[in-house]
Design a protein around this ligand. Structure first.
Ligand SMILES: Nc1nc2c(ncn2[C@@H]2O[C@H](COP(=O)(O)OP(=O)(O)OP(=O)(O)O)[C@@H](O)[C@H]2O)c(=O)[nH]1
Length: 785
């Protein structure tokens, strides 16, 4: 039964379980057991709160204390062997009463026989018992009553003195004070002296002792009854009248059990106010104080106990709380919005506080409240990062969702920008607020205002950016549309190079631009654009529109296109007559003047196209020459230069190019006239018949030639008869065609001699016109044919 430190830990009757285990609280070496707390737990009393009682017994050695306790409470304390009268209880033992929440203390007897004259332990055990128990059973033989010098009275003197030390500092009249019941059990009460007499004697003796106590000045007037209640009972002789003894003991037990009875001993006033789970620590503290002979101040002890226990309870509550909080730390740190985090936090917080309150509220109120506050601030400081993390995550997710919603909505065609942005902002800022409110735990000073402000700023800047992008997009779309609209009419106007060509172009341009501007303004309304933004966008639109027009003009005045126009214009005037019929040059046609007029008229176009200049000044268009395209930040823009289509040198270049082309047309015209003159005249055939008459007669009258003619005719007749005319005609056509081709080639070769052709091809046409010799030569060559 001896522990490692020489402490007798516990023991039990052979039939008992954990409930009946007893424990030596203080061993004969005056050491306090470290196992009391566990033992109280094993007894099932740890969570009893205040619903338990402590009773201790005082008395001389071997006066049947243990026997009485075992009978009264069903405990299992060692009882002395009948045959050897010697001390059995050493130190202080404790056992749980059977079927009752009572901790029963069996205290070593007070005779000191075994310890010699050492009264120290008696005094200390009395002090300890009084500080811890509600009821002190004073066990004495009947014959000891009235013996003032006897061990009991000495013990009682000790108890009173100790009591003054323990509770005396506080005036008993000052309010609720610790009272203790002294229950005198007179053993072997034969009955010759009635209990009342014995009671009177004992009371008188007690008062006498009380009087003789040296009390501190402030407690001079205190009475014994201010601190103690006295109760008396007698028990018959256990050996002589065992049945009566047992019956009386049963009777006495009822006073410890039956709460309804008036003589119920465990009155609330006697309770030391120590929760069951703190009893072990409290007792240990008291024993330490007692051992070190320090002043034992119970309120201070209770406060110390409260501090220790409240800390313990708080730590236990926090441990569980921390486990719970840890579970959500990772997702929050990983940037996730934890659904219902606020509710979770509220639950953990409430549970932790409830756990603390359940166990700690029984302790010293001041300490309990102070520690609760500490616990609360630790809990809140643990939860605060989760709250802030949740806010940050909410902020992020709401911003992302806001952007997505805006982008998705802006993807379509029919939308009102202000509506889209306004709704999305309200929705996601609202979602943030909702989430933040949910995450906020009541009773804290947490705030989401700062994060909310940040979110609002960011949604605003996203909205601004979107508005800018949308404006840009809209201007681009209007520009594209503008391009489509002006393309055809401008092209048509430019293909009709009349004097009011630019008037028509600018009229179309201005009309379309007006429409584009009003389209912009109509749409811009929904964007909540500022006046300044609208001004900038319109300026950009105008400039872009102008550039679109300019690029269309450039396309139409590109070298090849423009030369084509000139050629067409020239053709109309040179190669076609005034009725639009193609000219067939006759020798009497005045090619030169027609050519000259057509050329001059065509060359006038170069200057017409060279500059955008309407005849009606009201149609003139102007733009500021500044970088107005804020949407694209393009380079400097010089409006006047955009009015010039062809520079002077370009005009000269185009004129030259056209001249070369027109000269070629001129030469071609001339040639066509030459070839028409070179046709064989019909009268030549008549001449041939006249000149060939003699030869025909010679054939008819010459038998050989005539025979040959007949043969030919017969062959012809046969051919017709045999239907060979077609194939032969075909062959003869081919042959004649070939012969004609050969002949033509020969003739061409003849007329294409270098001295005739070269000057026309290489010299400028003016030279050619002036070169009369060549003209004459050409006519000469043409005429004989
Ligand atoms: N005459 C008489 N003897 C009793 C009575 N009760 C117990 N005894 C006997 O007294 C002896 C001592 O009993 P314990 O119960 O051990 O007494 P104790 O006071 O606990 O003894 P310590 O623990 O040694 O101080 C035993 O032999 C009991 O049988 C009683 O009421 N009358």
């Amino acid at each position: 039964m001896n522990g490692a430190n020489g402490h007798t830990t516990n023991g039990s009757a052979s039939t008992s379980g954990a409930t009946f285990e007893r424990i030596q609280v203080i061993n004969d070496e005056k050491q306090f057991t470290p196992d009391l707390s566990k033992q109280i737990e094993r007894w099932g009393l740890r969570d009893a709160g205040f619903n338990y009682n402590v009773v201790a017994v005082f008395g001389s050695q071997s006066t049947g204390k243990s026997t009485l306790l075992n009978r009264l409470f069903g405990t299992t304390f060692d009882v002395m062997d009948e045959t050897r009268r010697q001390q059995t209880t050493k130190g202080i033992w404790m056992c749980r009463g059977k079927d009752m929440n009572v901790m029963v203390m069996d205290v070593e007897g007070t005779d000191g026989r075994e310890r010699g004259e050492d009264q120290d332990f008696e005094r200390k055990s009395a002090l300890f018992s009084l500080a811890s128990s509600e009821v002190l059973i004073v066990n004495l033989w009947e014959h000891q009553v009235g013996l003032y010098q006897g061990a009991n009275m000495g013990l009682l003197k000790t108890v009173f003195e100790v009591n003054l030390g323990l509770f005396g500092k506080k005036s008993p009249k000052g309010g609720a004070n610790q009272r203790t019941l002294l229950l005198f059990v007179i053993r072997d009460h034969i009955g010759t002296t009635p209990l009342v007499n014995l009671q009177a004697t004992i009371t008188a003796d007690l008062n006498k002792i009380w009087e003789t106590l040296s009390k501190p000045p402030e407690l001079q007037g205190c009475q014994l009854s201010d601190y103690f209640d006295l109760a008396f009972t007698g028990l018959p002789h256990k050996i002589l009248v065992p049945d009566k003894f047992e019956a009386e003991v049963k009777q006495l037990r009822r006073r410890f059990v039956d709460k309804e009875k008036d003589d119920f001993v465990f009155k609330p006033a006697y309770h030391k106010g120590i929760p069951a789970d703190g009893v072990a620590f409290y007792m240990e503290g008291i024993w330490e104080q007692v051992q070190s002979n320090k002043d034992l101040d119970l309120p201070t002890q209770q406060e110390l106990l409260a501090q220790f226990r409240c800390d313990e309870i708080s730590t236990a509550a926090l441990a569980e709380f921390n486990e719970q909080a840890k579970s959500q730390r990772k997702p929050v740190e990983a940037g996730r919005v934890v659904e219902g985090l606020g509710q979770l936090m509220r639950n953990w917080r409430t549970e932790a506080l409830a756990r603390y309150d359940r166990d700690a509220s029984r302790y010293h109120k001041g300490v309990y409240k102070r520690k609760r506050q500490d616990l609360l601030s630790v809990i809140d400081s643990t939860l605060s990062p989760l709250f802030l993390g949740q806010l940050k995550n909410l902020h992020k997710s709401c911003l992302v969702a806001f952007k997505k919603e805006v982008m998705d909505s802006l993807r379509g065609q029919d939308y009102n920008f202000a509506d889209v942005v306004g709704k999305a902002r309200a929705k996601w800022e609202g979602a943030f607020l909702e989430g933040a409110k949910e995450a906020c735990v009541e009773g804290t000073e947490w705030s989401w205002a700062e994060e909310y402000g940040l979110l609002k700023e960011e949604t605003q800047s996203v909205a601004d950016q979107c508005r800018k992008d949308e404006t840009k997009k809209m201007v681009n779309a209007i520009e594209r549309n503008f391009k489509k609209q002006i393309s055809e009419p401008v092209e048509m106007s430019l293909n009709q190079p009349t004097g009011d060509m630019w008037d028509k172009v600018l009229k179309t341009f201005k009309g379309t631009l007006d429409k584009a501007e009003s389209t912009y303004l109509a749409k811009a309304k929904s964007f909540n654009c500022t006046e300044k933004e609208n001004k900038t966008a319109l300026a950009t639109l105008r400039k872009r529109a102008w550039l679109v027009l300019r690029s269309k003009i450039d396309e139409q005045t590109a070298d090849t296109v423009f030369l084509g126009k000139l050629r067409a214009h020239f053709d109309e005037r040179f190669r076609y007559d005034e009725h639009g019929v193609p000219r067939v040059w006759k020798p009497h046609d005045d090619i030169d003047s027609i050519f000259k007029n057509a050329k001059e008229q065509t060359l006038e176009l170069v200057s017409l196209y060279s500059r955008i200049l309407p005849t009606d000044p009201s149609l003139e268009f102007r733009l500021p020459s500044e970088p107005s395209d804020s949407l694209n930040n393009t380079d400097d823009f010089d409006f006047p230069s955009t009015l010039i289509i062809f520079s002077d040198s370009k005009c000269l270049d185009l004129t030259n190019k056209f001249r070369r082309d027109s000269d070629a047309y001129y030469v071609e015209a001339k040639r066509s006239m030459v070839s028409s003159v070179a046709q064989i005249p019909y009268w030549m055939y008549g001449v041939l018949v006249v000149l060939g008459w003699n030869e025909a007669m010679a054939v008819l009258f010459n038998p050989l030639y005539f025979t040959m003619l007949l043969v030919l005719l017969a062959t012809g007749w046969l051919i017709i008869k045999l239907n060979l005319a077609g194939p032969l005609l075909q062959i003869s056509r081919s042959v004649s065609g070939e012969v004609q081709r050969q002949a033509t080639n020969k003739l061409r070769e003849h007329f294409s001699q270098p001295e005739l052709a070269e000057p026309v091809r290489t010299k400028p046409i003016e030279d050619a016109l002036e070169d009369d010799e060549i003209r004459q030569d050409m006519r000469r060559r043409a005429e004989p044919m």
